[in-house]
Design a protein around this ligand. Sequence first.
Ligand code: FAD
Ligand code: NAG
Ligand code: NAG
Length: 492
Amino acid sequence: MWRVTLIFAFISLTMAVDKSVIIIGSGISGYSAASKLLENGFNDVIILEAEDRIGGRINTIPYDDGFIDLGAQWVHGQQGNIIYEMTHEHFDFGTTPFDDIPFTFLLSNGTKPNQELINAISKLCFEIDHKIYTGDTFTGSFGDMFIGIYDGIVANGSSPVFKDLDPVIVKMMKETSERNINGYAAIKSWFDLSAKLCAREELAQGSQHNTWRRKGFKTVFDFISKKLPDPSQHIDIESKVQLNKKVTNIKYNINDVNNKAVITCADGSAYEAKHVIFTPSLGVLKKYHESLFTPALPEQKVLAIKLYGFGAAGKIFLEFDESFWIEEGEPFVAYQFLWLDADKEEVKAANREWMLGISAFYMVDEFPNMLEAYLGGPNIEEFEASSDEKIINDCMWAFEKFLGKTLPRPKAMIKTNWLTNENFLGAYSYPSMDAEKAGVGIQELAESINNNDGKPILLFAGSAMDEKYPGNTHAGVRTGFRAADEIISIYQ
Ligand SMILES: Cc1cc2nc3c(=O)[nH]c(=O)nc-3n(C[C@H](O)[C@H](O)[C@H](O)COP(=O)(O)OP(=O)(O)OC[C@H]3O[C@@H](n4cnc5c(N)ncnc54)[C@H](O)[C@@H]3O)c2cc1C
Ligand SMILES: *[C@@H]1O[C@H](CO)[C@@H](O)[C@H](O)[C@H]1NC(C)=O
Ligand SMILES: *[C@@H]1O[C@H](CO)[C@@H](O)[C@H](O)[C@H]1NC(C)=O
């Protein structure tokens, strides 16, 4: 009998339960999952990252003696935003005052429209956006809903704002709203965006544009690893990350008793793990799901991957020797361009169509000589393919046209390439008309794949996989934690 006991003790000592986890992607969702797992005693964790850096769509780069963000920039909302909640007592956020200072509207013929009037229309447009995002009775596309409400108000004539208005202005403001939504939701067309599914998303309450000042969004990783606020609590996630490891295949077998997944990388290396957390973007899933997973993913998940939206957005940073946008005594937050039809034709003929995707040029918190542009719409590919020189020339051409004066060239320009980069293939997810019509969505995207014993072998995290705040960094944290919790709960 003693022999048997001894053998059992020996087995349990050497064969500690295999709780190995491989996380694919070191963006905010992968990083969050790793943090939670390590904190709970799961030491056999590896993060495989295709890029040569940590962070994913949080890409903070040094600039001057501070940092700027090529990807996520603002903490959107406060109450209910897990990022704000874990940081705000220890970090003094700044703000971009989009809600406090009216935008400066400019006409493409170099004149300023009646700002008061334009601001009133602009306010109405934001109210319509809000109505659609919070309503529950809408069907059809965001664009159709917007146009219906907007045209109704204009035609009704009972709105004092729209009474006796120049139809050119009415049209330009509608187009401005479309450009704003194109950028906000990273879409090509607001007719692709489902009004009904937009209304299901939630908005964390409080200020929407909290900034990391000159420190950049990367600061969030120090909070997730608990280096902040108390360095003695630091969880070493970085040493678990292997960079330049592009995963090309994940082989799993839900019927195998030993059920380890085999992960193969582009450099030929292979890894095994009991659980795999997959975090790359929906764009990567759309393009590569067939070659990435063996066997193929379940039908409903594939349908959701194909039909749910993943769009593109871009940014431009321009730094000047001094600001030309601040005029004596005039508060400034953003320029918004109003294109007259004739000038739109000119811009297309001159191969500058990408410029029609710019929703606004706005100030950058704590960089007084910098202007930043945000872009959405159908021309991001053209934007990304354009040389730096062309982007600078086109921007200066537009500024001079809209402001009606000659201006000095910028001393620096930085632009993004999220759509072209194979590890992202876009910016963030959006609820599409196609997904609404097919009745598939975030639930199908996010569902884990279990072994026959009911335990998850393949888990999905990432900012597209959250029903509450899809597309946002805080969704990334939430889904990373959720995947980690799902694994932790198996062993409890
Ligand atoms: C221009 C822009 C502006 C934005 N602005 C905001 C904002 O202001 N506020 C906000 O909250 N959110 C914003 N977002 C959205 C936010 O950045 C993302 O939703 C979030 O960072 C996504 O995190 P993630 O971990 O889910 O995915 P990712 O950050 O994409 O992480 C996935 C990781 O997987 C890696 N990967 C991909 N393929 C492979 C592979 N085959 N093998 C191994 N690794 C792979 C990628 O390199 C990446 O590092 C913005 C995004 C963009 C692009
Ligand atoms: C510019 O366009 C606006 C809107 O159509 C018009 O009211 C204004 O007269 C134009 N100004 C010039 C100088 O062309
Ligand atoms: C016009 O607006 C008024 C006031 O908001 C409203 O009572 C009326 O029903 C509207 N009419 C139409 C045709 O929408």
